[in-house]
Write a protein that binds this ligand. Sequence first.
Ligand SMILES: *Cc1c(COP(=O)(O)O)cnc(C)c1O
Length: 419
Amino acid sequence: MTPIDRAHAESLDAGDPLGHLADRFVVDDPELIYLDGNSLGRLPRSTLARLAAVAEHEWGSGLIRSWDTWIDLPARCGDLIARSLLGAEPGEVVVSDSTSVNLYKLAVAALDAQSGRDVIVTDDDNFPTDRYIVEGLAAQRGLELRMVASDPVHGPDPDLLAAAIDERTALVTLSHVAYRSAALADLAAITALAHRSGALVLWDLCHSAGSVPVELAAAGADLAVGCTYKYLNAGPGAPAFLYVRRDLQASLRQPIWGWFGQRDQFTMGPGYDPEPDIRRFTVGTPAVLGVAAVEEGVQVLAEAGIDRLREKGRRMTAYLVDLADEWLAPLGFELVSPRDPDRRGSHISLRHDDAWRICRACIETANVIPDFRAPDRLRLGPAPLTTRYVEVWEAMDRLRRLVGSGAHLAYGAERGRVT
Ligand SMILES: *Cc1c(COP(=O)(O)O)cnc(C)c1O
C-alpha cells in the first residue's frame, strides 16, 4: 500500500487519536470537503448550545444581572488560551477587540515605551492588516518603517532581519506562521535577536494559535495577538486575544483609554487610572456572545492537546505534499510552502497559473473548499481537529480529476470581491 491508495488514508484515520473529535462539529453536507478551517473554522456543536443558553438564559432571563458572570469572561477565556495553546501564564492573555485593533494597541504601547528609538521592523510578505497598521503608525509618528524582504516560500530571511534590527529599533512585528506559505518563524531565536538590540517584539499568532505549540514564556516573548475564528473555531468576527508578558504589563500603556481598562471601573472615577494587570489592555464592553464562542472553541482544542494537534497537522500537510507531488506536479502545480514539516504550520500553498479558476471550479463543481491567495496560490488548510485523512485524499483526487479534465477553463478569470 502506498500513500496514493485510498486505503492508506483510511488506515491513518483508523489510528488517529483525534479522529473522534470531528463529530463534535456541525457537518451539514458530508460530501463537502472543507480545507479552509484556517480562514474560518467549523462550528462546534457545543457552541450552538452555549450561544442559545447565553442568549436565552443569561441575556433573556438574567438581563443585567448576568454581568456578574460576564465581567470575568474575557480574562477567564484568556487564561484558557494562555495555558492550553500559548505556553503562557494565567493573567497574561485576555480576549478583546479584533486582531487588527489589538495589534494597533500593543504596537503603540511598545513604541511609547521605547522613547528615543524611531524604527519599526516588519516583513514585506506579512499579512496586509499588519503591514498597514505599522505603515500608518510610522506615518503618524514620523518613524522609519523597515520592510525586510521575505522569501515567498521560507518567510523573512534571518540575515536580513538581523541586519534590520539595531539600537534604533523600537519594535519588530512578524507573523509566527506566514498566511500564504505557512512558513514557521523561529519565534524564540528572533525574539532573542531583537532583545539583544533592546527592541520589543509583537508576534501575530493568527495562523499558529491552535495549530502549532506557541511557547511564549519559554521564548521570553513580549507581546502577541491572534484571532479566534480560524483554528479556534469561534465563528465569524469572534473577538481576538492579546498577550502581554506579565512583567511588562504595569509599565505599558495602550492608546485607547476606555473604562474596561480602568481600575475599579464601577466607581466611575474622574481620571483614567488603569488596572495594573492585563485588563488595562482592554477598552470597552466585551462582545459576550463572541467570547462565549471562543471559550467553547478553545475547550475542544484543549481537550485534543496542542502537541497532538501539531502532530496531526504535520502529517496531514505531509500527506498533501506527497499527493501533490504525485498527482498535481504533472498538471502544472508547484509547492510554495516549506517541504520540511518542521518549518511550516498546518496549511500548504500550491502555485498554478490558473489558481483562481481552479479554486472557483473546485468549490462549485468538486464540492471542495480551498481558498485562493493572490496572485496565483491555491491554499489548502486541513484543520487537525475537523479534517480526516480520507478527506485529504479525496480532495486531492477530485482536484487532479478536475484540472486533468480542464473543467476549470470554463470559469472566468475575473475575481470576486472576497477570495
Ligand atoms: C486572519 C489574520 C488577521 C485578521 O485580522 P482581523 O482584525 O481579525 O481582520 C490578522 N493577521 C493575520 C496574520 C491573519 O492571518
